[in-house]
Design a protein around this ligand. Sequence first.
Ligand SMILES: [Fe+2]
Ligand SMILES: [Fe+2]
Length: 246
Amino acid sequence: MIKLSARTRVSELMAGPPALYTTLKSTGLFRDGDDPEVMLGQLCWAFGFNPAILLMMLEGANVPEVVAPIDAAPFRAMPLGELVDHIESTHHAYLRAELPRLTASVDTLALEAGETESAIELRDEMRRMASELDAHIQHEEESLFAMVRDLAARSAIKPTRCGGTVGGPIACMENEHGATLRGLAKLRELTDSYSVTADASASRRETMAALERFDRDMQEHIFKENEVLFPRAMEAQRGQPQAASA
Ligand SMILES: [Fe+2]
Ligand SMILES: [Fe+2]
């Protein structure tokens, strides 16, 4: 991940996660062969593009490269309605049960560690992620999943607060997934990838193991949504004219 601002040069951006450069090119502001020493702010100025919007788009792609955590084939073959049922009953149910336990365990660790700076940072990051994920899965179920179930039933999409097409909530969800992946990278950094010393307490061992499970589950969850569900929902909507005009 790199720090992005209007003063970031394209050459610096090219050294970051590959999705950053792909996203920049998708805007049409920069093409292969253009001067890579140009700053993002200069590009926006030249094209009359709002730099805040460009930075927001790039932040969504500013996440570490993750190796596919699972084999996507079974989820690509699953009927669309079953896929959202699976994500809800597996990953959303896991989060609803686990997030309160995990935040309580990390709170306890901070107290046990005498509230050191790194323990407080870990506690605050976990609390922030738990609160954002709670809202995220609720929003996902009420907007995107409801629309996908309409598509799966081959009926018109009932508009939600995110509009009447799947593109709106998908853009929003992808952005939030980017924030979650950055949060997971922060957890790994603060815990030295969930490692424990030989004399670590039982509660510390259990909490690190639980955090590692949470990290793995979250990566699988996001992979299924970003790489399988979202493209399939877009495809299903394209095949249903009555849904696209709803
Ligand atoms: Fe989800
Ligand atoms: Fe999600």
